[in-house]
Design a protein around this ligand. Structure first.
Ligand SMILES: NC(=O)c1ccc[n+]([C@@H]2O[C@H](COP(=O)([O-])OP(=O)(O)OC[C@H]3O[C@@H](n4cnc5c(N)ncnc54)[C@H](OP(=O)(O)O)[C@@H]3O)[C@@H](O)[C@H]2O)c1
Length: 324
């Protein structure tokens, strides 16, 4: 038996209880070191719809821990591994638990640049931020006269995107709803300018004067539409989230008159090769000090309380759930 955040059905919040190891499936058994709280985890822990598709299920879309036993050729007992997405906490039992079973093919070794807790702090948020930066570079992004805009900058993925972009030599403008509170921290991560998100949403739509060479967006809605309106010709927007809205109130004009690309980022279904590449790049570019700067830590039984702030849009940086 082990402790886990267990979601019984689609109407009730998760409960912290003991469950049997027999319910776990997967070729690799992990003793969980830590997990984290992403927006999706906050929804699942508080019984909000839209994340979990199989009930009952253990919540948690991230897991980092030590391999106990594995039938996969890559892993042996004692290896420290991490996994983001791949169905965890959505249709497979997840990482907010003392034990987990996963598919060995999806696992990545915790890079030597990071401690296991830092790997959990990076988690899906950092993995997604890296996928977004890689997508923008694939679209031809180079350090340019205009900065890269990062929206939802105070959140987990936004904060890590700032650090990654600045480390890669891009000028970064951070857009947040909490300029006074978060300004110093966002500058410490590498943003050269911190603006209020309303300024982004206020752009004349569908097109305005251009300000951004590219955009990393985690909020959607009017902010995304405003960001698109001010993106340079042939620039791109990596869209990964909907913290504000799933709407996109714009027209096709920026796309067909400016050649702008909207690049969708899905961190859940990612090939093993792309997972490894993303983590290699995180290990090379993401400062562990920046990870620590944005991380707070709670124990496993405190995860549900800690998740409440994310649902109110008041989460800052990353929350690690320390398990063992
Ligand atoms: N596509 C994928 O694979 C993927 C992966 C990870 C996350 N996501 C999604 O991306 C989004 C962000 O994830 P996260 O883990 O970074 O969440 P988070 O830590 O909660 O950060 C979200 C940030 O968005 C901003 N925000 C919140 N509510 C807002 C509102 N009503 N209007 C405008 N801005 C608002 C806030 O930043 P400020 O206070 O700085 O304004 C907040 O800190 C979520 O929708 C999540 O589900 C998707």
């Amino acid at each position: 038996m082990f402790h886990a955040w267990y979601v019984e059905d689609k109407k009730t919040p998760a409960v912290f209880k003991e469950v049997s190891e027999d319910i776990l499936q997967g070729d690799t058994l992990i003793k969980v070191h830590s997990s984290s709280i992403n927006f999706k985890d906050a929804l699942a822990l508080h019984g909000r719809p839209g994340v979990i598709r199989n009930f009952p299920l253990i919540a948690g879309i991230d897991v980092t821990g030590e391999v106990v036993e594995s039938e996969h050729e890559n892993w042996k007992p004692g290896d420290m591994v991490t996994l983001n997405g791949a169905g965890l906490g959505e249709n497979l039992h997840g990482g907010l638990a003392e034990m987990a079973r996963v598919k060995g093919a999806d696992l990545v070794a915790v890079p030597s640049a990071f401690t296991p807790a830092q790997a959990s702090a990076i988690g899906t948020a950092g993995f997604t931020a890296q996928l977004a930066v890689t997508a923008l570079e694939g679209n031809g992004l180079l350090p340019d006269e205009h900065p890269v805009l990062v929206t939802g900058a105070g959140g987990g993925a936004g904060s890590i995107a700032i650090s990654l972009l600045a480390a890669a030599g891009y000028e970064v403008t951070a857009a947040t709803g909490r300029v006074d509170k978060l300004g110093p921290q966002l500058r410490a991560l590498g943003a050269t300018e911190v603006i209020h998100r309303d300024e982004v949403a206020a752009a004349r739509r569908p097109m305005d004067s251009t300000r951004w060479s590219a955009v990393v967006d985690g909020v959607g809605g009017e902010i995304l539409a405003g960001a698109i309106a001010a993106t340079d010709p042939d620039g791109a927007i990596a869209s990964y989230g909907l913290a504000a809205s799933s709407d996109l109130p714009t027209t096709v004009l920026p796309f067909i008159l400016r050649g702008i690309s909207l690049l969708g980022i899905n961190s859940v279904q990612v090939s093993a090769g792309m997972r490894q590449l993303a983590w290699d790049r995180l290990a090379a570019d993401l400062s562990p000090e920046h990870v620590d700067l944005i991380t707070s830590t709670v124990s496993l039984d405190q995860a549900q309380d800690a998740a409440a702030a994310l649902l109110e849009g008041k989460g800052t940086g990353r929350t690690v759930v320390q398990v063992s």
